[in-house]
Design a binder for this molecule. Structure first.
Ligand SMILES: [Zn+2]
Ligand SMILES: [Zn+2]
Length: 336
């Protein structure tokens, strides 16, 4: 859709007095068109942010719903016995939508004024170059990962777990849609990790375009949905980039109710030792597979199932203890 500046000359002249439309890329032209068409930058930014979230979150979840319905992919399912039912997926969708409309939608109109107050570019064009955007996006990944690592552990302590984070742990075998299945307070607390990084960065540098924030949010949504997918393919990112967390890392957190508190990277859990049970479990599976070299496929599967059941049983015990005693999780779990 080509932008016709003559249709809305007044607004266009006010917002883009020195912009030469012809020098802009297709995306930048659509950007200008959006802001001029809506006519109010607060509404334009709020609406775009909300739509982007909905489209990417549910759009990224759809392939996982399809994969869950194709038995061929079970060979890569981390907990192959636990396939989410249609009822579970629908229940999850309703909760996620409820929190999007009751928490996110009322707050999203604050985004544009906050961004502007901190000096973030919003309706302006052209966009920054990829060379400018890439290190900023990496910084946001780094910040969010560490923020989440700390906040997520706090959510595993007594009252916070019992009243807030327990909802997210409803599924011991998560699926894509369950990424944002959480108490509204959790959406708010952990969402801060995604949004604060760009705001703090902008406060100190005054050099950030909202399109970079959108790129970050899209990648972060992919990360969150994929980490909950429940599948570990040979081509999954963590098999190529070893410090990337992925589903293989986070699925264990849901199964064992302990360890692996970060989102994107494995390093903090490794440094602080909050991946000890996870690594012990993986080592046991590996050793058992090696010892069963000549065993039948069924026997190996059975062995893996037994180990999983054991870890999950310990997790259920640890969860009850965390709730009852108001203790941090992870200290009471023993995987023998
Ligand atoms: Zn958790
Ligand atoms: Zn999770």
């Amino acid at each position: 859709m080509a932008f016709n500046a003559t249709a809305m000359p007044k607004l266009y002249d006010e917002m883009y007095p020195t912009t030469d439309l012809g020098s802009l890329s297709f995306l930048e032209q659509q950007w200008v068109h959006w802001y001029v068409m809506i006519g109010n930058p607060i509404i334009a930014t709020g609406l775009m942010s909300f739509l982007l979230h909905e489209i990417v979150y549910f759009g990224r979840s759809i392939p996982w719903i399809i994969i869950d319905n194709m038995p061929y992919f079970r060979q890569w399912k981390l907990q192959p016995k636990k396939i989410p039912t249609a009822a579970e997926q629908w229940e999850c969708t309703k909760t996620v939508l409820f929190s999007h409309f009751t928490i996110e939608l009322p707050l999203i109109w604050l985004f544009h004024p906050t961004a502007e107050a901190l000096g973030m570019s919003t309706y302006q064009v052209p966009f920054p170059s990829l060379k400018t955007m890439a290190p900023q996006v990496f910084l946001f990944f780094f910040f969010e990962d560490f923020f989440h690592f700390l906040a997520h552990q706090a959510l595993h302590t007594g009252p916070l777990y019992k009243h807030i984070h327990k909802i997210h742990h409803k599924y011991s075998a998560p699926f894509g849609l369950a990424a944002e299945y959480a108490h509204p307070a959790e959406v708010f607390i952990l969402g801060a990790g995604t949004i604060l990084g760009p705001l703090i960065y902008c406060y100190f540098t005054a050099n950030l375009h909202i399109v970079t924030v959108y790129l970050w949010i899209v990648l972060r949504l992919f990360q969150a949905v994929d980490a909950h997918s429940g599948y570990d393919f040979p081509w999954s990112l963590h098999n190529i980039v070893p410090f990337w967390s992925g589903a293989e890392h986070h699925d264990f957190h849901h199964m064992a109710f302990t360890n692996n508190f970060s989102t994107s990277f494995r390093w903090w859990d490794r440094i602080f030792g909050t991946d000890d049970k996870y690594r012990e479990y993986r080592a046991r599976v590996k050793a058992a597979k090696k010892a069963m070299k000549n065993a039948s496929k069924e026997d190996v599967k059975k062995m893996e199932e037994d180990l999983m059941n054991q870890v999950e049983a310990e997790g259920i015990k640890a969860e009850a203890e965390a709730e009852a005693r108001g203790m941090g999780a992870g200290k009471t779990v023993k995987v023998q």
